[in-house]
Write a protein that binds this ligand. Structure first.
Ligand code: FAD
Length: 392
């Protein structure tokens, strides 16, 4: 028999957006239940590169866009959380690199050098040389320039694990949550296999799955867009750590490399940027050949002997924008008794939570329900890191 669980806020989707928000709301005294249909973080979040952007990537056209402005204080907020002094306690989460870097293989940077040195970017981009260079660039063969960005790279599976701890017993696993529509078009309840959940507000933060939830609820707006990518993974025992965007001839990075620890003690280079955008739809072998040529061209002194290669197709899910342009900030829209959300970037999860909390305040939604015990209900697992499960 189906029993009804009452809560202040029901969150659908346990990626970075849902989990971060859940932890913030619980701190504020709201009772919450978060329903995840797969593994926590298993959508885009654990497939992300973990870069906590400060906006420099969006300034590669020589201008500070509004995206760059909105995201500028995210690295500091994340750093405070990691140090235990921020809005959430993420102490113990591994920081893979205290800095992300930007490198130019040749003269390309010359057009941007003045801009990088300008007042607008002071403290966010700094040229480094000699002993300051990351090990991978400390080779005689390297002729380019390297900039250190005020951005960090976090171990996302560890962030998800920590946020799951902060969730207490608010997490529920259910393969196919269904939104029941009330006569006035609002959400009446969320139906699970054994139970239903009634809440003051429902937050849809299911990433790519939000589109299907909206359609289940017969709610056509807001529309979602997908940006397909195909990431390349290279694993080997001797890959040096590399966390950097490589500047190309367009305002988007030609290649973005992050380095991740694997359970077998090896390291995995995770390759994104233009390579992954252009590579969406290509055959994996073709894309791997292209990635090998890129690395040979850009970092010929790095030995790739004994490495294994694979690819990972994945979509970014975002609110629809004309011309598939990149949205500027986290997105939250109120629709009836729901809030529909996409962070658009992992780094912007704190911004998404701010917006939701502000909207709940404006709608006078305050903590009212007591916390239901969910100890009898199945709890979702945390997703395994992709670099541990993707290699055939
Ligand atoms: P997801 O992480 O996709 O989580 C959604 C969750 O909802 C999933 O767990 C899913 O199983 C669940 N779900 C789906 N449908 C339902 C349903 N019906 N009911 C219940 N649960 C449901 N951003 C950065 O800031 N820095 C980066 O370096 C970066 N790199 C990226 C690299 C790649 C390859 C990609 C794809 C993205 C990257 N991003 C990055 C963007 C970032 O990963 C996403 O913006 C962010 O992870 C989205 O989080 P989310 O919680 O909205 O979605």
């Amino acid at each position: 028999m189906s029993t009804t669980l009452e809560t202040d806020i029901c969150i659908l989707g346990g990626g970075i957006a849902g989990l971060w928000l859940n932890a913030r709301l619980r701190q504020l005294g709201y009772s919450t239940l978060l329903v995840e249909r797969g593994a926590l973080g298993g959508g885009q979040s654990v497939k992300s590169q973990g870069i906590i952007h400060g906006g420099t990537k969006y300034a590669l056209n020589g201008k500070l866009s509004s995206a760059a402005e909105a995201i500028a204080d995210m690295p500091e907020r994340w750093r405070a959380c990691l140090a235990g002094t921020g809005e959430l306690d993420l102490q113990g989460v591994r920081v893979l690199s205290e800095h992300h870097y930007l490198w130019s293989p040749g003269s390309l940077i010359s057009n941007l050098a003045g801009f990088f040195a300008s007042k607008a970017l002071r403290g966010r981009v700094e040229q480094i040389k000699g002993k300051q260079l990351p090990r991978v660039f400390a080779d005689r063969a390297f002729k380019g320039k390297v900039y250190q960005l005020a951005e960090l790279v976090v171990d996302v599976p560890a962030v998800v694990q920590r946020l799951a701890e902060l969730a207490g017993d608010s997490l529920i696993s259910d393969r196919a949550p269904h939104l029941l529509r009330a006569a006035d078009g609002s959400i009446e309840a969320v139906r699970l296999q054994q139970h239903q959940i009634k809440a003051q507000r429902y937050i849809l933060s299911a990433g790519e799955g939000t589109e299907a939830l909206l359609s289940d609820w017969q709610q056509p707006e807001p529309a979602m867009q997908r940006r397909p990518l195909q990431m390349v993974l290279v694993k080997g025992p001797a890959l040096p750590p590399l966390f950097a965007h490589c500047l190309g001839s367009s305002p988007k990075p030609r290649l973005t490399v992050t380095t991740h620890p694997c359970a077998d003690g090896q390291w995995c280079w995770y390759l994104g940027g233009d390579l992954a955008e252009q590579g969406a739809g290509q055959g994996p072998d073709e894309l791997i050949s292209k990635a090998k040529r890129e690395l040979q061209d850009l970092l010929p002194w790095v030995s790739l002997e004994g490495t294994r290669w694979t690819t990972l197709p994945v979509n970014r899910a975002e609110p629809a924008q004309s011309g598939l342009v990149r949205p500027d900030t986290a997105f939250v829209q109120a629709v009836g008794n729901a809030l529909i959300s996409w962070p658009t970037k992992l780094a912007l999860a704190p911004n998404l939570a701010d917006q939701v909390i502000e909207m709940l305040g404006a709608q006078q939604v305050t903590p009212a329900s007591r916390t239901e015990s969910t100890s009898e209900l199945p709890r979702p697992k945390v997703s395994a890191p992709v670099w541990d499960i993707c290699f055939p």
